[in-house]
Design a binder for this molecule. Structure first.
Ligand code: AKG
Length: 183
């Protein structure tokens, strides 16, 4: 398992191979076999992930996530630039990627020319805190083919996007509990 701090962006980390291929397959089976909408406690199939967050001291007990959003991206789908509301969600946003790699772009909220790209490989965990979480908007393009600098000897590497599922864990602040976050 390798932890790397990405692109000199404060508070942004990606942990590769946070889960195994078997765990990835089990998660996909669990996700695909039930309704995706639900309120209440996190689904039990995410228990081992939250346990691992604690074991690896990625979260403190107080920051334990109480929300998990599952997003599905077919090839050609992305997510618009946004910052998770600071008044509603806690200081750590965690996103586990399944199936397909993609690039996530971070664009400074006050200066759109300040941008960073990071690769999210399947089974990796993205950790967004500090500046990356508060000062930047994050987005995923609709591009089916993406390129990034990362190959040996500095050559470009290609990502061919296919179905990607992500599990994003957040802590809803108690003061944010009354806010409608459904839209
Ligand atoms: O798919 C991801 O990794 C990120 C999802 C996200 O940014 C969101 O649901 O707000």
């Amino acid at each position: 398992m390798g932890l790397f701090k990405t692109a000199a962006l404060e508070g942004l980390y990606v942990i590769e191979d946070f889960i195994t291929e078997t765990e990835e397959q089990e998660l996909i089976q669990a996700i695909d076999s039930r309704s995706w909408c639900g309120n209440g406690p996190l689904p039990t199939f995410t228990d081992f992930i939250v346990k691992r967050f604690k074991q690896q001291k990625i979260i403190d007990f107080e920051d334990e996530p109480n929300m998990c959003i599952i997003n599905e991206y077919e090839a050609g789908q992305g997510i618009m630039p946004h910052t998770d509301a600071a008044t509603i969600f806690g200081p750590i946003i965690l996103s586990l990627s399944l199936l397909s790699s993609c690039l996530m772009k971070f664009t400074h909220s006050n200066n759109s020319e300040t941008q960073f790209l990071t690769v999210l490989p399947p089974r990796s965990l993205l950790i967004m805190t500090k500046s990356s979480r508060y000062d930047y908007k994050h987005s995923i393009s609709k591009d089916i083919t993406e390129w990034f600098d990362g190959g040996e000897n500095g050559e470009k590497q290609e990502i061919i996007r296919s179905r990607r599922v992500s599990l994003t864990f957040r802590t809803v602040r108690s003061s944010g509990m009354d806010v409608d976050i459904s839209s």
